[in-house]
Design a protein around this ligand. Structure first.
Ligand code: ZN
Length: 283
């Protein structure tokens, strides 16, 4: 299943057609994408597998928003690709470094990224694979981890490096400006993904490839992250976890490169989907 937010409503993407999940289910599935992910994921999955859908609209005619617009929590994992840990000069971690992106930072897969006034000089990109929690729970074992996850999506962990590295290097504020967390275009259920431990992540800045690595290079894989996070706190349906970025961020370049007005970022994960976001100044 490819679950989308089409014109603000829960939708199912099949090839290039979008079907309204509330209509197709006779109201059993919430039209609100957040509510549908919280409460109706399994029902949506069953409906998508039944296949008897009608009344689709071409995806080009709808606006795709963030597939889960209001998650209760967004976890970010730092330094989870070896080459990125090296380029950051912070070393490969022995425990997953976790921060939060506050959920108000969410935006859609084709929305503009706003370079915040007063913080526009050192904004950087980080292409990432994100998992969306399904059933969730506490103290989930590595072995049970995949059963607790609803699906995977594409994300950008946009980061204002000056604020991120200020003070005690508490990352969360520098990563939580409005529009700093584009996600989408779809949450892809696990049955559609052959091997989540080997997915190619690419990021292009103005058409030039800047990041290109496989999730096989991750330091802590998704089951390890689920086990670690849930050893401390409960994972709840719809919680989002950005699993870390490959090498090739602007901060790691010589000279450093940061996002400027008009820049276009293409973020793609093979088999999951692609996003395109343009950088604009704060109005
Ligand atoms: Zn990141």
């Amino acid at each position: 299943m490819r679950f989308v937010n089409a014109d603000g409503r829960s939708g199912l993407l099949v090839a290039d057609q979008v079907f309204d999940l509330a209509e197709a289910s006779g109201g059993a599935i919430s039209a609100d994408p957040t509510e549908a992910v919280f409460a109706n994921w399994d029902a949506a999955l069953r409906l998508s597998q039944d296949g008897a859908l009608s009344g689709g609209r071409p995806v080009d005619n709808v606006q795709l928003g963030p597939p889960i617009p209001r998650p209760r929590a967004i976890f970010g994992i730092g330094l989870n690709f070896r080459k990125h840990a090296e380029e950051s000069g912070m070393g490969v971690p022995d425990v997953p470094p976790v921060f939060t992106k506050f959920p108000t930072s969410i935006c859609g897969p084709f929305d503009d990224i706003v370079l915040p006034a007063g913080h526009a000089e050192t904004v950087d990109w980080e292409a990432e694979l994100a998992f969306v929690v399904g059933s969730g729970g506490k103290k989930i074992s590595r072995e049970a981890a995949w059963d607790s996850i609803a699906g995977l999506t594409v994300a950008q962990d946009i980061s204002e490096r000056t604020l991120q590295m200020a003070g005690a290097r508490q990352f969360s504020m520098g990563k939580s400006f409005d529009t700093f967390c584009p996600i989408g275009p779809a949450i892809v259920s696990l049955d559609e993904i052959t091997d989540p431990s080997d997915l190619r992540i690419t990021c292009k800045l103005n058409g030039k490839v800047v990041q290109d690595e496989s999730t096989s290079d991750m330091v802590f894989d998704i089951p390890e992250l689920v086990a670690f996070l849930s050893s401390v706190l409960p994972l709840r349906p719809g919680d989002l976890c950005l699993t870390g970025t490959p090498s090739g961020v602007g901060m790691g370049m010589n000279p450093k490169v940061y996002l400027r007005d008009g820049d276009v970022i293409d973020t793609e994960i093979a088999g999951i989907g692609g996003m395109r976001n343009r950088c604009v100044p704060e109005a």
